[in-house]
Design a protein around this ligand. Structure first.
Ligand code: HEC
Ligand code: HEC
Ligand code: HEC
Ligand code: HEC
Ligand code: HEC
Ligand code: HEC
Ligand code: HEC
Length: 315
C-alpha cells in the first residue's frame, strides 16, 4: 500500500514538475524581457530585447515556454550551456547559424516541431543559398513569418504570409534589383506579376487568383531551372492545371513574368490615347457650346441694343 502511494506521488511529481517548471521559467524570463526597452548591439548585431508578453500570448506559440525554443537557456547564466542541443540538432544549427542574430538554438528549435517544413526549407533554393553559399541573402523562417515571438496563423490578416500580404513579403527581396543582379535572376518579376492578368485580379481582391506561392510553393521554392520546380517545363501543366482545367502545353506557355508583347502593348497605349481624345473632344465641344450660349444671350443682345440705339441717334 505504501509502495503504491509513493508510486502515485512520484508519478504526480514527474507529471507536474516539468510543466510548472516551464511556466516559472517563462515568467522568470519575462520579468526582465517584458520590461526591457530599446535595442542593444549584441555580438555585432542589433537586437531588440523586449518581448511583449501580451502579444506573445496571442501568437501561435503563446502556449510554449521560452525555453522550448531558447533551448537550454536558464535565467542565469544567459548563454545556453554547452551540449544543450541533441546530436541531431547540433549539425543543423551549425549550418544555419549564419542567419541568427542572438540565439542560433532558437533558430533550430523549430525543427523539433515542424520537421518536414524545416527540411523543405533547407532543400529549397533559399535554404541552399544559406547552407551551401554561406550567405544571409536567402529567405529563412523569420524572413517570411516575421518576428519570432509574434507569429500568427497564415489565415490571419496580421501574418506576413496571409494571402494578401505574401506578395509584398516576397517582394522585400525580389523587388531589389541588386539582389536580382547578384544571383542573375530576372529583376522585374514583381512588376511583371502585378501587370499580369493574375496580378491585376489579385490586387482587386480576387481570392482564387494565384500569388507567388501558388506557382512556386512556399517552403520548397526551387530555381526555375531545377527539374523539381513546379514551373519547370511540363510540371507547369500540373501547376496551372490546378486552377485551369484541361491546361495543355500550349496554354502553359503563357507565363506570368513575360513582358507584354508589342501588339498588346501598343493596343493598350492606343486605347488610352483614343479614350483621352474622345473625352477631350467632348469636353471642348461642351465648353464651346456653353460659350456660344453665353455669348448669344448676353453679348449679342447687348450689341444689338447698342446698335439699335446708335441707329436712333444717327437718324
Ligand atoms: C535578470 C534579467 C533577465 C532575465 C531573468 C532573463 N534575461 Fe535574457 N537578457 C537580459 C539581458 C540584460 C540581455 C542582454 C544581453 C546579455 O547580457 O546577454 C539578455 C539577452 C537575451 C537574449 C539575446 C542574447 C543572448 O544572450 O543570447 C536572449 C535570447 C534572451 N535574453 C533570452 C532569455 C530567456 C529565454 C530567459 C529565461 C530563461 C531570459 N532571457 C531571462 C536579461 C535577462
Ligand atoms: C517559437 C520559438 C520561440 C519562443 C517560444 C520564444 N522565442 Fe525568443 N526568439 C526566437 C527566435 C527564432 C529568435 C531569433 C534568434 C536569432 O535571430 O538569433 C528569438 C530571439 C529572442 C531574443 C533576442 C531578440 C532579437 O531581436 O533577436 C530575446 C531577448 C528573446 N528571444 C527572448 C524570449 C523570451 C523572453 C521568450 C519567452 C517569453 C521567448 N523568447 C520565446 C524564438 C522563440
Ligand atoms: C515546441 C513545438 C514548437 C516549436 C519549437 C515551434 N513551433 Fe511553430 N507551432 C507549433 C504548434 C503546435 C503550432 C500550431 C498552433 C496552432 O495551431 O494554434 C505552431 C504554429 C506555427 C506557425 C503558424 C502555422 C499556421 O497555421 O499558419 C508558424 C509559421 C510556426 N509555427 C513557425 C515556427 C517557427 C519559425 C519556429 C522556430 C523559431 C517554431 N514555429 C517553433 C509548435 C512549435
Ligand atoms: C519564402 C517564404 C517562407 C519561408 C522561408 C518559410 N515559410 Fe512557412 N509559410 C510560408 C507561407 C507563404 C505559408 C502559408 C501557407 C502556404 O501557402 O503554403 C507558410 C506556412 C507555414 C506553416 C503553416 C503550415 C502550412 O504548411 O500551411 C508553418 C508551420 C510554417 N510555415 C513554418 C515555417 C518554418 C518552421 C520555417 C523555417 C524552417 C518557414 N516556415 C519558412 C512562407 C515561408
Ligand atoms: C501563374 C504562375 C506564377 C506566379 C503567380 C508567379 N510566378 Fe514566378 N515564375 C513562373 C514561371 C512559369 C516562371 C519561369 C519563367 C520562365 O520560364 O522564364 C517563373 C519564374 C520566376 C523567377 C525566376 C525568374 C528568372 O527568369 O530568373 C522568380 C524569381 C519568380 N518567378 C518569382 C516570383 C514572385 C516573387 C512571384 C510573386 C510576386 C511570382 N514569381 C509569381 C510562374 C509564376
Ligand atoms: C530574404 C530574402 C528573400 C525572400 C523574403 C524571398 N526570397 Fe526568393 N530568393 C532569394 C534569393 C537570395 C534567391 C537566390 C538564391 C540563389 O540563387 O542562391 C531567391 C531565389 C528565388 C527563386 C529562384 C529563382 C531562379 O533562380 O529561378 C524563386 C522562384 C523565389 N526565390 C521565389 C520566392 C517566393 C515565391 C518568395 C515569397 C514566398 C520569396 N522568394 C521570398 C531571397 C528571398
Ligand atoms: C491559384 C489558381 C491559379 C493558378 C495556379 C493559375 N491561374 Fe491562371 N487564372 C486564375 C484565375 C482566377 C484567373 C482569372 C479568371 C477569370 O476571372 O476569368 C486566371 C486567368 C488566367 C489567364 C487569362 C485568360 C483566361 O483563361 O481566363 C491566363 C492566360 C492564365 N490564367 C494562365 C495561367 C498559367 C499559364 C498558369 C500556370 C503558369 C496559371 N494561369 C496558373 C487562377 C490561376
Amino acid at each position: 500500500m505504501q509502495k503504491v502511494v509513493i508510486l502515485i506521488f512520484i508519478c504526480l511529481v514527474v507529471f507536474f514538475i516539468p510543466d510548472s517548471g516551464n511556466a516559472d521559467t517563462k515568467a522568470g524570463c519575462l520579468v526582465c524581457h517584458n520590461n526591457m526597452g530599446g535595442k542593444i548591439e549584441y555580438q555585432g548585431k542589433v537586437i531588440d530585447l523586449n518581448v511583449d508578453a501580451e502579444k506573445f500570448e496571442k501568437s501561435v506559440h503563446g502556449f510554449l515556454s521560452c525555453t522550448d525554443c531558447h533551448l537550454g537557456f536558464k535565467e542565469n547564466p544567459h548563454l545556453p550551456p554547452e551540449g544543450a542541443l541533441s546530436k541531431e540538432l547540433q549539425p543543423i544549427m551549425e549550418k544555419i547559424s549564419i542567419k541568427a542574430k542572438a540565439d542560433p538554438t532558437a533558430m533550430v528549435a523549430c525543427y523539433n516541431c515542424h520537421t518536414q517544413i524545416y527540411n523543405d526549407v533547407l532543400g529549397s533554393v533559399h535554404g541552399k543559398n544559406i547552407v551551401d553559399k554561406k550567405s544571409t541573402d536567402g529567405a529563412f523562417c523569420l524572413d517570411c513569418h516575421g518576428t519570432a515571438h509574434y507569429i500568427t496563423k497564415s489565415t490571419e490578416k496580421s501574418s506576413p504570409v496571409y494571402q494578401f500580404n505574401v506578395v509584398e513579403t516576397c517582394g522585400t527581396c525580389h523587388g531589389s534589383p541588386e539582389l536580382a543582379k547578384k544571383y542573375n535572376i530576372e529583376a522585374k518579376v514583381m512588376k511583371s506579376y502585378m501587370e499580369s492578368f493574375h496580378g491585376k485580379k489579385h490586387i482587386l481582391g480576387h481570392k482564387r487568383a494565384p500569388t507567388c506561392v501558388n506557382c512556386h510553393g512556399a517552403h520548397e521554392v526551387k530555381s526555375k531551372d531545377d527539374p523539381a520546380s513546379p514551373v519547370f517545363g511540363k510540371n507547369k501543366i500540373n501547376t496551372c492545371g490546378g486552377c485551369h482545367k484541361g491546361a495543355n502545353e500550349k496554354f502553359v506557355a503563357a507565363i506570368t513574368h513575360q513582358e507584354a508583347g508589342p501588339i498588346p502593348h501598343y493596343a493598350e497605349k492606343g486605347l488610352i490615347i483614343l479614350t483621352i481624345s474622345v473625352i477631350a473632344f467632348t469636353v471642348t465641344h461642351v465648353l464651346l457650346e456653353a460659350y456660344s450660349d453665353i455669348r448669344d444671350t448676353f453679348f449679342r443682345k447687348k450689341k444689338e441694343v447698342e446698335h439699335e440705339s446708335s441707329e436712333e441717334y444717327t437718324s
